[in-house]
Ligand binder design. Structure first.
Ligand code: ATP
Ligand code: MG
Length: 692
């Protein structure tokens, strides 16, 4: 690959601007990510050391791809040995925190709590303050906490932002939640960003030492940065001012998570001498696909008007109008099958994109029955499997026994005679004393009834000399001895030995009757070992000592975009149809895209339709999401809808998505208004398909 070819004039201008602030503001598929990659290669060629360059991408997958592309561009050059630091915001923050978090009163081995862990804490906290599920559910509490965090509102000043009884409960619970996390030395995903920002704000020397590590910063998908991310990047870039950001305001789809598109639009205010480059030529998609994209996005009023051009012609996109949800899945999958059988396209070049997490289920069923390999990205991920969570919880306890959530998960899995009542009592004692359970477990007074009999009386204050329950004693011994081994040497052999020690294979046999299921679950445990082996290999290659906490940090961050399919074969084969949400498809491309469920209430989502009563722009973000979906397709785009769908067990008629009418330019037709009013239109598009 040559560094001088393969860029058009505008892209070349951006890639050749090697210093100072630079903004590339351009539509989908115009080569923004390509510019970032080429610019990094150029910087290295110009003599900048690769490890002095930081590139921030949105997902781990994007980071991996960029690393590979840069590797290919720099192949055969002497500079190839050093690598630029390419990471997501979250992994960047984890690295910063490992170096400095002790200044904020957290341990260096802090645990990162994922969604499942957070739910356990939320449940415990709501129980503690005696809040019923009907008043505030754990998921609602977490959503509120996340919103507050993304707005920079801490538990200490949340009371100023409380407007309803529910908010009030949540604000009290927020304080308890933060306290629970701090007690066990854990942070959640939002905290990763907030803590890094806090470190920068409170400790100028920390900011200086972190900023000193780089001479250049590049950020992809800049339209989706939230306040903390914005401040972190700005802080790191201020000393050298070599900051390049690329993005597209039409693809801003994370406002609901606190992202603010104004950061990209006001880049020039922060960096007054910023150079701005615009790209207009779309290299990804055919002309008819781009025509739909342009037509749709023009319905958004608040935007920096831009029109994409696409040089190459192709097939018109297709609308599939199906009788019901199952027919939709069958029709889409049958088409996919035909395409694959004709060998026109490989499974890996096809994506099915959906808006909500309950949509893929019917597609999975259909893909399995038609024997098409697939991978489901995001939800139901590999890291959500019970056996994987169990083994990782063990490793988290070895890393930090004070991690309550993980400790509670494994204290009696596999069963070792530590009863429910004993565990509950220990938890209560710990909460009252504001101490991690591990510390309570080490005192005989509060834990000497650990036996199977769930003997409550044993939990009453006992003689100080009472012996520790033998089952707890041996559990404690197991954790302590293995901790030392893995701390000294985090190797595959030691890991395998540990898993044998806890007899997890036996636990799988105990839990699952079917041989095939046992095999599949045991293989997942094997995958954890494989992931560790991969991490250990990489660390050694980079002459770093592999350490357990770093491996755990990587796996926590891998969660959201780790891939998994129900069929093991598809995961291993690597040539599988991708099922993913529109949000996680950002930045990616596929030859053929099927965007499903184009109905009012799904896309646009009912929440934004509801919000549009008060906010005339509420549906715009959904339109941008639809625009992201359309522009993922290179050659063929198919969108589908079901005319009827089950809601709470009852088949109900649906309303076709307003976006269908917008991108097919039928908004002026009576069909549009009839459909919005709840009637089914006769004709859907300029290239309609029969109702299946
Ligand atoms: P998105 O907005 O979706 O993130 P993007 O602007 O980052 O898109 P890229 O992913 O960089 O766009 O590029 C889109 C596709 O076009 C890629 O397949 C890329 O390789 C190709 N491409 C970009 N520029 C050129 C070029 N000058 N010549 C040939 N192909 C190009
Ligand atoms: Mg991109």
């Amino acid at each position: 690959m040559s560094l001088n070819a393969a860029l058009n004039t505008a892209q070349e201008t951006a890639a050749a601007t090697l210093s100072g602030p630079l903004l590339v503001l351009a539509g989908a598929g115009t080569g923004k990510t390509r510019v970032v990659t080429y610019r990094i290669a150029r910087l290295v060629h110009s003599g900048i050391k690769a490890n002095r360059i930081l590139a921030v991408t949105f997902t781990n997958k994007a980071a991996r791809e960029m690393q590979e592309r840069i590797g290919a561009l720099l192949k055969q050059t002497a500079a190839a040995k050093l690598k630029p630091e390419i990471s997501t915001f979250h992994s960047l923050c984890v690295r910063i925190l490992r170096r400095h978090i002790t200044k904020l009163g957290y341990p260096q081995t802090f645990a990162i709590y994922d969604r499942g862990d957070q739910e356990s804490v939320a449940r415990q906290v709501l129980k503690e303050i005696k809040v019923q599920d009907a008043s505030l559910k754990p998921a609602e509490l977490l959503a509120k906490i996340s919103t507050w965090k993304s707005e920079g509102i801490s538990a200490d000043n949340v009371h100023k932002n409380v407007w309803s009884a529910k908010d009030y409960l949540a604000s009290i619970a927020y304080g308890h939640y933060q306290n629970a996390l701090k007690t066990v030395g854990a942070v959640d995903f939002d905290d990763l960003l907030l803590a890094a920002e806090e470190l920068f704000r409170k400790f100028p020397d920390v900011l200086k030492s972190e900023a000193d590590r780089f001479d250049h910063i590049l950020v992809d998908e800049y339209q989706d940065t939230n306040m903390s991310q914005y401040r972190i990047v700005k802080g790191l870039a201020l000393p050298h001012r070599n900051i390049c950001v690329v993005g597209d305001d039409d693809q801003a789809i994370y406002a609901w998570r606190g992202a603010d598109v104004k950061h990209i639009l006001s880049f020039q205010k922060d960096w007054t001498d910023a150079k701005i480059v615009r790209l207009e030529e779309n290299y990804r998609s055919t002309q008819p696909i781009i025509h739909w994209a342009n037509t749709l996005i023009a319905f958004n009023k608040q935007r920096h008007g831009k029109r994409l051009t696409a040089p190459c012609d192709g097939d018109s996109p297709v609308i599939l109008q199906c009788r019901d949800g199952e027919t939709e899945a069958r029709t889409v999958v049958t088409r996919i099958k035909e395409r694959i059988e004709k060998a026109t396209v490989q499974p890996r070049d096809i994506a099915v994109l959906f808006r909500t997490n309950d949509q893929p289920r019917v597609f999975e069923t259909e893909l399995r029955s038609q024997k098409i390999p697939y991978i489901l990205i995001g939800s139901n991920s590999f890291f959500d499997r019970k056996e994987v969570r169990d083994v990782l919880a063990y490793l988290k306890v070895l890393n930090r026994p004070q991690d309550d959530v993980s400790l509670l998960r494994i204290i009696n899995t596999p069963p070792r005679g530590i009863g429910q009542t004993a565990v509950q009592k220990m938890t209560e004692v710990s909460v009252a004393a504001n101490k991690p359970i591990w510390e309570t477990l080490n005192t005989p007074e509060s834990s000497n009834s650990g036996g199977n009999n769930n003997n409550v009386s044993g939990m009453l204050p006992s003689m100080p000399s009472a012996p520790l329950n033998p089952n707890l004693l041996s559990f404690r011994h197991l954790i302590e001895s293995q901790r030392h081994i893995l701390e000294r040497d985090f190797s595959v052999d030691n890991l395998k030995h540990f898993i044998a020690e806890i007899q997890y294979e036996k636990e799988i046999t105990r839990q699952y009757a079917e041989e095939s299921e046992r095999k599949e679950r045991w293989e997942s445990v094997g995958e954890v070992i494989n992931a560790a082996a991969e991490y250990i290999r990489e660390s050694r290659e980079e002459s770093r000592k592999p350490v357990l906490w770093e491996f755990l940090g990587n796996t926590s961050l891998a969660g959201p975009d780790f891939t998994s399919g129900k069929s093991e074969t598809s995961r291993k084969a690597g040539n599988a149809v991708t099922l993913m949400t529109l949000h996680s498809a950002k930045g990616l491309e596929f030859s053929e895209v099927y965007m499903v469920g184009l109905e009012e209430g799904i896309l646009p989502h009912h929440r934004s339709i509801k919000a549009s009563d008060e906010d005339e722009f509420a549906v715009d973000e959904e339109r941008r999401l639809c625009y992201v979906g359309i522009t993922r397709a290179k050659r063929r785009l198919t969108v589908s809808l079901a005319l009827n769908r089950f809601k709470w067990g009852k088949m109900c008629p649906t309303i076709p998505s307003r976006f269908l009418y917008e991108f097919t330019e039928q908004t002026g037709s009576p069909n549009y208004w009839r459909a919005i009013a709840g009637e089914v239109p006769q004709k859907q598009s300029s290239s309609p398909e029969k109702t299946a």
